[in-house]
Design a protein. Sequence first.
Lengths: 77, 398
Amino acid sequence: MGALRVTADSSTCVTSSLCVYRLAQVFDQDEQGRVVVLDENPPEGLRRELLRAARGCPTGSIRVEEAGEGVGEGVDE
Amino acid sequence: MDSSCPVSYPFPWAPAPDIPEHWRTMRENPLLHVTLPSGDPAVLVTRYKDVRQLFADERLSRNTSRYPASRISANNDLFGDPEIDNDPPRYLEERSVVMRAFSARRIEALRPVVKQITQELMDAMEAGPKPAELMEAYAYPLPILVICHMLGVPPEDRAKFRSLIDGYLSVTRLPDDEVERCRVQYWDYLSELIAAKRAEPGDDLISELIRVSQEEPGKLTPYQLQHWVKTLLIAGYVTTASQIGTSMAVLLHRPEVAEDLKANLELVPSAVEELLRFQIMGTSLGSLRYALEDIELLDGTVIPKGATVMLSVESNMDDDVFEEPLTLDIRRQDNHHMTFGAGIHFCAGAALARMELQEATDGLLRRFPNLRLAVAGEELERPVGGFLAGYARIPVKW
């Protein structure tokens, strides 16, 4: 298993704040309330919650990838 | 359910605080033909995976008053304002101005205020007669006080404000001229309030929106600003009040679940989420959209161009996505329910509502560990002809 890589598209973010409440160590918001990724390579132990954050995002603005391959934008575990 | 013969929507509620019968069986067909309270036709998308996908589909327009879409009721223009463009890109520009006030940091800064309000309301409940009536004593005042605090509505205006909104939100309860009177007076009241904030800005959301609209002209015209304030005030009040009430009714109707939660108050956030999924006060009327093109569902069924479409909140009961959906499970994980919708119109106040629901629930269970319904759940009355159908009264004792 490669390292996890998290990206988020702030241009499609609608400030549901779900990701921030789920994983405050990974996600934050700027002054406009738009998503900011604090830790692009979070530890492996957060995998399950990261996938939940990606799946829960109302606009699918969060991507969780590993070794160059998408593993979680609304896909099942 | 036969898909071709239209059924009346909203569906009838269950007698007890429980999931209505239709919600359990409606997904046999992915698309139901229904008749709205106005008598106009619409189609209801029933399955979670279709609903979730269609919330993000720009072929469904939110501009239902610009197209010949069906009306919710004959006399209510709740979501219809031809001067407001509810589709991208215009909608997103306006929304981005407002959403800064709803970030997690801003919502958490309000939490102590909400906690304080719950304590004061419970002090009054404790000092008052028993049984208490939960809607009037707690569920209605809490969100009104919070949204008025947030928007800067003066305390002396709050009773008037509430009576106007209650009238405006009637779908069939009040005569047409009465609804119209409330609509006009509410709009006039907001004009005065916004003018007062322009003259004397305060530390509140209306003043902030005025400031942003001046700094970034074009993003929010004065009319659009007033429209957003109108929407935020309504949305911040009735939905949360109804959900506070019904979620307590659902919980107290199941004493074993209430006991479990009281013994494990760290579960309040996931319990609130589950009660939002299991909510029995909302309908899919709020999701009304207009099909700009033919749209194919996952199984190949086609929504015809020109149809008025609702995306089912009842899909929260889809067993294709939720394990044992008819069981209230306060430990449920992966609870991505459709109560707040999805896509670009995802409920702007969702984080605020969650926080209020958490504080409301946690506060009640701590202060009144013996809290229970003072009547059988089957005897709780629902209001008739309103937009939302929580309970009219919820007598409780402790």
